[in-house]
Ligand binder design. Structure first.
Ligand SMILES: NC(=O)c1ccc[n+]([C@@H]2O[C@H](COP(=O)([O-])OP(=O)(O)OC[C@H]3O[C@@H](n4cnc5c(N)ncnc54)[C@H](O)[C@@H]3O)[C@@H](O)[C@H]2O)c1
Length: 257
């Protein structure tokens, strides 16, 4: 490891498990002080201990908690230099006509408002220092309008619009904003595939590289680039870290009946 984040303060939401945990781990290995922001106390504490970071319990659906999360980083370490909006909980699978206002509200709170509140609270601190990195986790589901997950798709595409709008507005300030559309065998993936090994093989075969990615080896290095000094002239992009899965799209036809 090369200390690429030495002296930086990073907040990673949903860092108790899956991609968030591996990103937090990699950032810590590169010298960052990492705030593990997670709704699940047990996994959040465990990750923080493992990587030598600090844990804060946060539900990203709650504005006050998100603002307190940013304040915790600033109060603890004097700044927030890197923000990774990664948290997402379980959603509903069903047809458009079966979606309720509540499902949509939950999706937008978690997938759009949470990142927006965090970015709004973090920006003044980043601007003051003339340096900031925001990394938003989005999804091929939204880009390709996968069936069954309207609130997820819509919130993630709104988050990409937020990414590009903030990137444009903040470009003169030294704060860059990018998104990753990942493909990785995270906790969420294993939850779905765990009971169905044949689905895991199908998912691996459907990927152009013949495998769904690894959160630490395949996704965390992309987040590291976007969070590092190397990303100084790159803003407003979506990087597909998915073994090429986005090129022809991925067949996704859930049984919605
Ligand atoms: N895994 C993939 O292939 C994939 C594909 C596309 C997009 N993504 C995106 O990447 C991100 C991470 O996905 P993952 O697969 O690692 O998920 P995961 O379920 O493995 O981990 C998500 C983490 O977020 C936490 N969390 C859930 N709700 C929260 C809340 N309200 N507040 C704070 N923390 C909360 C969970 O407890 C968990 O630790 C998500 O934004 C997801 O939409 C993942």
């Amino acid at each position: 490891m090369t200390g690429r984040l030495e002296g930086r303060v990073a907040v990673v939401t949903g860092a108790g498990d899956g991609i968030g945990r591996e990103v937090a781990r990699r950032f810590a290995e590169e010298g960052a002080r990492v705030l593990v922001a997670e709704i699940n106390e047990e996994s959040g504490q465990a990750t923080a201990e493992q990587i030598g970071g600090r844990f804060v319990r946060v539900d990203v659906n709650d504005r006050e908690q998100v603002e307190a999360m940013v304040a915790t980083a600033v109060d603890s370490w004097g700044s927030i230099d890197i923000l990774v909006n990664n948290a997402w909980g379980r959603g509903n699978v069903g047809r458009v006509e079966a979606k309720t206002d509540e499902m949509l509200d939950n999706g937008f709170a978690m997938g759009f408002y949470g990142p927006f509140w965090a970015m709004r609270a973090a920006f003044p601190h980043m601007k003051d220092r003339g340096w900031g990195r925001v990394v938003n986790m989005v999804s091929l589901n939204g880009v390709n309008a996968h069936m069954g997950t309207l609130e997820y798709n819509a919130a993630k595409e709104a988050l990409r619009t937020l990414t590009r709008t903030a990137a444009r507005e903040w470009a003169p300030t030294g704060v860059v904003v990018n998104a990753i559309a990942p493909g990785a065998k995270s906790a969420a993936f294993r939850r779905v595939m765990g009971e169905h090994p044949e689905l895991e093989r199908t998912a691996d075969r459907a990927n152009p590289m013949g495998r769904v990615g690894d959160a630490y080896a395949d996704i965390a290095p992309v987040a590291l680039f976007l969070a590092s000094e190397d990303c100084r002239y790159v803003t407003g992009n979506t990087l597909f870290a998915d073994g090429g899965g986005h090129i022809n799209g991925v067949s996704w036809q859930p049984d919605l009946d």
